[in-house]
Design a protein around this ligand. Structure first.
Ligand code: CO
Ligand code: CO
Ligand code: CO
Length: 319
């Protein structure tokens, strides 16, 4: 995401705060272009590659599109890590692309003096009429989240050596899960608005949707939030990562909590996610069918977590 833009071309269908750039070629076809890369969040190279690829593809899925081509982006500290490590990262990324039906068409690498960074630039296609954007929330819509929350807090516990293997596996598999099927289900079930939950956390990304939908607000049911195992325990221990703290500082004023919501859970709403789920807004009549489809398609933690409201608007109310 960049705050610098030269958007004067009428075929550019997105603004600078959308998940990816969408450019109309003809009335019924547009290309989607995005880039995403980051430093390792897990120790294992192959898994890191898979997660980075799932994360990079996610911004295409968040637009309701189909990714078709990808380019590797690599910053590699050759004097710190062996080439075998890099091969494993790239193999993880390539395997995820195969799963997504996306062709790897090249890439670019530079020597980095300190730390590996890996990700992809992805090109997708979409019919502009089917495109999902952050705006377009409607009063009464149900809000669905397709993955559990808490990757920031749990990965922080992992860094501190406090994590058990089972929880590590649970979170790692979730981060590596493609948002592909969730995106298809959303388009086919008439979802009105969509984004993916990543670094700004649930509250931050939901606020982007609210700001893109004038007059609308959201009510979140705190008891309905899907959480990874041990998030409560780690949050109570104060294992809050810096990104999550920044998010709460930045968006704290936009979120109104009812008195009964405990502080450990407030942190979860701001927790910076890596390769999180899609956040969808769907008409109330279609929400049951969509949820069933998501569960059937392997999004086992998909949940209705709230609703779009008009009063009060402009912020998130957590009940
Ligand atoms: Co995004
Ligand atoms: Co992104
Ligand atoms: Co080059």
């Amino acid at each position: 995401m960049s705050v610098i833009s030269t958007a004067i071309d009428p075929n550019l269908l997105t603004g600078i705060y959308d998940d990816a750039a969408v450019y109309r070629l003809k009335d019924d076809i547009a290309i989607i272009v995005t880039i995403d890369y980051f430093t390792p969040i897990v120790k294992e190279a192959y898994m890191y590659g898979q997660i980075a690829a799932a994360n990079a593809l996610s911004d295409v899925y968040a637009m309701g599109g189909r990714p078709v081509l990808a380019l590797n982006v690599v910053c590699f500290p050759i004097s710190v890590l062996g080439l075998t490590f890099l091969e494993e990262v790239l193999r993880g990324g390539a395997d995820k692309l195969v799963e997504a039906g996306v062709t790897l068409a090249g890439g670019h690498s530079v020597i980095d003096p300190q730390e590996i960074k890996y990700g992809l630039s992805v090109v997708g296609v979409v019919n502009p009429n089917d495109m999902l954007t952050k705006g377009n929330l409607k009063k009464g819509d149900k809000i669905i989240l397709t993955k559990a929350l808490g990757t920031g807090i749990v990965n922080n516990a992992l860094k501190g050596g406090l994590l058990d293997e089972e929880t590590e596996k649970e979170v790692t598999e979730s981060m590596a899960l493609l948002n592909m099927k969730a995106s298809r289900a959303a388009v086919e079930h008439g979802v009105r608005a969509c984004t993916d939950v990543t670094g700004f956390g649930l509250a931050g990304h939901l606020m982007e949707m609210i700001e893109a939908s004038p007059g609308m607000g959201a009510r979140i049911y705190s008891d309905a939030l899907p959480l990874f195992s041990r998030v409560e325990e780690f949050s109570k221990m104060g294992l809050i990562p810096p990104g999550t703290r920044r998010n709460r500082k930045f968006r704290g004023e936009n979120v109104v909590f009812k008195d009964h919501v405990p502080d450990w859970k407030k942190w979860v709403l701001f927790d910076a996610q890596t390769s999180g789920g899609l956040l969808l807004s769907v008409g109330p009549e279609g929400s049951d069918d969509l949820l069933k489809r998501l569960l059937k398609d392997g999004h086992a933690r998909a949940s209705v977590i709230g609703e779009v409201i008009e009063d009060p608007n402009g912020h998130i109310e957590v009940v």
